[in-house]
Design a protein around this ligand. Sequence first.
Ligand SMILES: NC(=O)c1ccc[n+]([C@@H]2O[C@H](COP(=O)([O-])OP(=O)(O)OC[C@H]3O[C@@H](n4cnc5c(N)ncnc54)[C@H](O)[C@@H]3O)[C@@H](O)[C@H]2O)c1
Length: 272
Amino acid sequence: MESLLSYEGKRAVVTGAYSGIGAALVELLRQSGADQIVALDIKEPESGVDEYIETDMGNPVSVDAALAAISANDRAVDVLFNNAGVAATLPADTVMRVNILGLKRLTNNLLPKMQSGGAIVNTASVAGNRWPEHLAQINAFLGIDSWDEGVAWVADNEALVADGYFFSKECVQVYTMLTAKTATAHGLRINSVCPSPVDTPLLPAFRETMTDEIIDWAIESGAGRVATAEDQARALLFLGSDLASYVNGVNLLVDGGYNAALQMGQVTLPGQ
Ligand SMILES: NC(=O)c1ccc[n+]([C@@H]2O[C@H](COP(=O)([O-])OP(=O)(O)OC[C@H]3O[C@@H](n4cnc5c(N)ncnc54)[C@H](O)[C@@H]3O)[C@@H](O)[C@H]2O)c1
């Protein structure tokens, strides 16, 4: 069993590895014997990684430079963790660039070069659970190849995109499902983890943009304690490992039961 969770001999790329869930993941990857951990972030992780490539996931030139640096190593990537993300304390355009446009660019370009048998794991969010309401529009957006046209689409769909956070995470969930077939064709899998509120440096930003009332309600509706970064990293580790060998195209709720309680009508949104 232990060997199925092992990352021995594997090369892993982690975006957003400096703090929070990404930093916790790097620690677990180390403990699981990962051979090489490559971090893509705007900030350099203090420890745990073998290679740091300074990358702004919201900038296509920077993402392309990271892709070139990753490929300069003749070892293929086994597991890609698309974890970097920002909250709506930043402009919607930035949120969409970092949370989905950069993620999609990195993944679409890296996927064909990845080691067969490997996996891609995205950090989405329960904030993206309402994607079925916007599937047609999300499909239209994700179908745009050009970065600049994608950015223009975001500007043209201001009302739908709103503050960018919920919509970007809906896009990540849909992208995960849409890409599962392509992943299969390359001998890979792609899944996401969908956290409810997590105690990381990003949580105050969510309290600011979504209110304390909503965040505390989501925590109380689920496990009654806020998730730790490690709670989320454990699920990421699982989905990237051989333990999840037949799991593909899944958005895994890691929310302490929050969504179950909501769907079963055991809790209702404040004010409803
Ligand atoms: N904290 C929560 O409550 C929560 C809930 C659901 C989903 N998430 C998601 O979890 C992921 C990780 O967030 P976290 O909570 O650990 O917060 P965090 O702020 O600790 O981590 C985000 C990481 O992304 C990096 N980053 C920020 N902007 C970047 C950019 N432009 N390019 C590259 N890297 C960049 C940061 O330096 C940091 O290492 C995000 O995708 C976030 O949306 C978080």
